[in-house]
Design a binder for this molecule. Structure first.
Ligand code: ATP
Ligand code: MG
Length: 384
């Protein structure tokens, strides 16, 4: 039996003059998703995409379902130009359902206009084959199951189900963001939310050898690998932060240390953003989650940046971020215990209401920009 996938995209984004940009990127991304599967091909097909040549349906489908921009997807059986075959395949697909539907309707589409009979008649004929064999009642207005039959020139198929796609926009249509990616739960989720809106991502991570184990670095690399099928990040800059942190730890008053770490991180990320062509920075912060994420402290950290900072999780509860991390597949890796740069060299009472004048006074003995440049120049970059 030959299987295919029918891929639909959200029409709503396609009204403007960017339609072709969206569609080109979408098709490229579908092509990347099916690349590991030999013989599988993607074709534009009457306002949808058809993926055929499939041998492993489950694996192909789960890879395709990670392409943002898909509104829904259907498993289809490829048939000849035959009403009898449409009916027979529909019956096979219905028999494979975990339970029989309480009612059904057939919707036919005849993109080959030379085929006879016409679409409503195809629908009636296939419907009567199904009804005679199963006795399932027909319901034209609110059917429990919708059987779709497509009679085209190049391809004909039957489908009986639609799965929701991940939605969003194709990765690559919305510009480039530089994400501060830790090994924690939140920033990989922030990555996913940005990818969902069509953003390309590069990531920067800070870890502090020899004060933390290599696990910290490996964890972030693994998180990037998990995120890769969703479209990113394309590269990861790994910054060895330990010696810079040691200098900042000794600042006075010591309660400002974490804010200085953060301001330095933002400055380094900004250098990478400029090198990578990213116009915006992003973090996984959420209001009030930890001491450094009060409004006052976020404002103080943001003052060190000249680019805007996006915080997709800003209003998320931890439980909401965890639920998404589980769905994306990053949660298990994120919770592997290991020390993070930001929890290293913590002052006994970190500032929760940072004031910019105090920070600038503490920084006046330091050259944060020179430190940032040195960290930028000595970083390791991994491409995926
Ligand atoms: P996460 O789960 O993303 O680590 P968190 O709740 O642990 O977040 P923090 O550790 O305070 O909160 O980090 C807030 C944000 O700062 C992170 O989401 C990330 O964007 C950035 N960040 C923190 N530590 C690092 C790091 N070592 N490398 C890169 N970015 C970091
Ligand atoms: Mg963290």
């Amino acid at each position: 039996m030959k299987y295919a996938l029918i891929v639909r995209y959200g029409e709503i984004f396609l009204k403007g003059k960017n339609r072709h940009v969206f569609l080109n990127q979408f098709r490229t991304n579908l092509g990347k998703a099916i690349k590991p599967f030999e013989g599988v091909k993607v074709h534009a097909y009457h306002g949808r995409y058809l993926i055929d040549g499939i041998s492993d349906l489950e694996a192909t489908k789960s890879a395709v379902l990670k392409v943002f921009g898909i509104s829904s997807i259907s498993e289809a059986m490829v048939i000849g130009q035959s009403i009898e075959e449409a009916g027979a395949r529909a019956l096979e697909m219905i028999a494979a359902l975990p339970q029989l539907p309480t009612s059904f309707r057939v919707r036919a589409n005849r993109s080959d206009k030379t085929f006879r009979p016409n679409s409503p008649e195809i629908g009636r004929l296939v419907g009567s084959i199904i009804h005679l064999a199963t006795k399932i009642p027909v319901n034209l207005t609110t059917p429990d199951l919708l059987v779709e039959v497509e009679i085209g020139n190049e391809v004909c198929f039957v489908t009986i189900s639609r799965d929701a796609g991940p939605g969003g926009l194709p990765v690559g249509v919305s510009g480039h963001v530089e994400l501060l990616l830790s090994g924690g739960i939140d920033s990989p989720v922030a990555a996913w939310l940005l990818l969902k809106r069509g953003v390309r991502l590069s990531a920067v991570t800070f870890y502090s050898p020899p004060y933390v184990e290599e696990t910290a670095r490996d964890k972030v690399i693994e998180l990037c690998r998990i995120l890769r099928p969703w479209g990113g990040p394309e590269r990861l800059h790994v910054v060895a932060f330990g010696s810079a942190q040691k200098i900042l730890r000794d600042c006075r008053p010591s309660k400002l240390a974490v804010l200085l770490y953060r301001r330095l991180m933002v400055k380094v990320a900004e250098l990478f953003a400029r090198a990578d062509g990213a116009k915006v920075l992003a973090t996984g912060e959420s209001i009030g989650q930890v001491a450094s994420q009060t409004l006052a402290n976020m404002a103080v950290v943001e003052q060190a940046a000249t680019l805007p900072i996006f915080r997709p999780l800003i209003t998320y509860d931890k439980s909401e971020a965890i639920a998404l991390a589980e769905r994306i597949g990053t949660f298990k890796t994120s919770i592997i215990p290991c020390q993070d740069s930001c929890t290293l060299f913590l002052p006994p009472r970190p500032e929760t209401r940072g004031k910019i004048e105090e920070i600038l006074a503490a920084e006046s003995h330091l050259d944060l920009d020179a430190m940032a440049r040195e960290l930028f120049e000595s970083a390791e970059t991994i491409t995926f």
